[in-house]
Design a protein around this ligand. Structure first.
Ligand code: HEM
Ligand SMILES: CC(C)=CCC/C(C)=C/CC/C(C)=C/COP(=O)(O)OP(=O)(O)O
Length: 315
């Protein structure tokens, strides 16, 4: 049986095209942070409920990606990095992307309310709204602070995971939020240093476009210093532990060194080596966030996950 449906352009839209609307690669790290938020919480969740909740958070994240791709099709059509996406490439119609995004959002939020609790579902709904409406429809096209404020959307998922388990918010979930919130500017601005032409062409007011690369390099360093403080501070909350502390010390030293290197660089040098350091720093940002959350998970496992029956104390 074919998985193709005919779109408004009379072409075959494949399952793969619809799947790409969910921004699966970016969202995999988002979903991982949500899963960690759930697993490190001090309240145990039935494993089936926990698994289903992560699935619905993933669905919600994907839905917000589809809504973003629907609204941003005009920008995506101009940028080299995004021109081959299903909507600008004509493989999925804007209307179908929007319908899919809306239905999946309703499904994800509704199912999370049924499987977990209303607070977690409300937080997921707010996250989708923040990314698809506040960031995509308003901030992205209007201010160079777009990704600073909009970054909150990407920072909510571990809070949603934590809320699935506990039904609330606490200092630990706020620290996980803060970690991603302060990480997002260095993560994105490193990329925009070597993608500046795309954003200029598309007229998106990213910091590199509006204030230039010198200001962007300064800001990357500033946010990275604050990020190190947040990351190390998290070690001293109840979700921190020896593994996290060791990892945070090493990774923040590496990230600070990278940010300092970018700060010292001039554009002429960066251009001549094809922005090698900027690309390296961007890749390091992905490793940085993944490993911090993985370390939280390891420490939680060493303590014994709350969802596992506690072993009887023998000695
Ligand atoms: C406003 C916030 C953010 C902006 C503007 C942003 C922007 C970007 C951009 C433009 C890319 C390149 C994507 C591509 O090649 O298509 C990217 C890659 C990526 N981002 Fe972000 N990002 C943000 C937040 C996040 C968050 C919160 C996470 C995860 C927690 C994340 C995870 C990733 C990952 C995993 C990649 C690599 C994807 C790949 O290999 O294709 N980003 N980001
Ligand atoms: C649970 C839930 C709803 C999670 C949402 C998480 C979230 C907001 C992730 C944002 C990450 C992201 C793809 C930013 C890209 O910005 P962009 O859209 O400007 O990048 P683009 O140019 O690649 O489209």
């Amino acid at each position: 049986m074919s998985d193709a449906t005919v779109n408004d352009f009379g072409q075959d839209a494949q399952f793969d095209d619809y799947f790409a609307l969910l921004k699966p690669r970016v969202m995999s790290l988002v979903v991982f942070t949500a899963a960690v938020g759930l697993l490190v919480a001090p309240v145990g969740v039935n494993p089936i409920i926990g698994f289903a909740s992560i699935l619905f958070i993933a669905l919600g994240a994907g839905a917000s990606g589809a809504l973003n791709m629907w609204w941003d099709a005009d920008i995506d059509a101009v940028m080299k990095r995004t021109v081959k996406r299903p909507v600008p490439d004509g493989r999925v119609t804007p209307k179908n992307a929007m319908i899919m995004g809306l239905w999946l959002s309703v499904l994800a939020v509704g199912m999370l309310a049924l499987t977990a609790n209303f607070f977690a579902a409300g937080l997921l709904a707010f996250t989708i709204f923040f990314y698809a409406v506040v960031y995509t429809m308003f901030l992205k096209r209007s201010t160079p602070q777009n990704i600073v404020i909009g970054g909150a959307a990407g920072a909510f998922p571990p809070m949603v995971g934590w809320a699935v388990a506990t039904g609330g918010v606490s200092i630990e979930s706020i620290m996980m939020f803060a970690l991603i919130f302060v990480w997002t500017p260095p993560h994105f601005w490193a990329l925009s240093l070597f993608m500046n032409d795309d954003y200029t062409k598309a007229g998106v007011p990213m910091l590199t476009v509006t204030h230039g690369t010198r200001v962007t390099r300064n800001n990357i360093l500033g946010y990275t210093v604050v990020l190190a403080l947040v990351a190390l501070g998290t070690a001293f909350t109840s979700i921190g532990g020896p593994v996290y502390l060791a990892v945070a010390l090493v990774l923040n030293a590496m990230f600070l060194r990278g940010a300092f290197g970018l700060w010292r660089r001039e554009d002429a040098a960066a251009e001549s080596d094809k922005y090698a350091d900027e690309r390296k720093f961007f890749r390091l940002s992905l490793v940085y966030l993944f490993v911090h959350f993985a370390a939280l998970l390891v420490d939680a496992a060493l303590r014994g996950f709350a969802f596992m029956p506690q072993l009887p104390v023998v000695f």
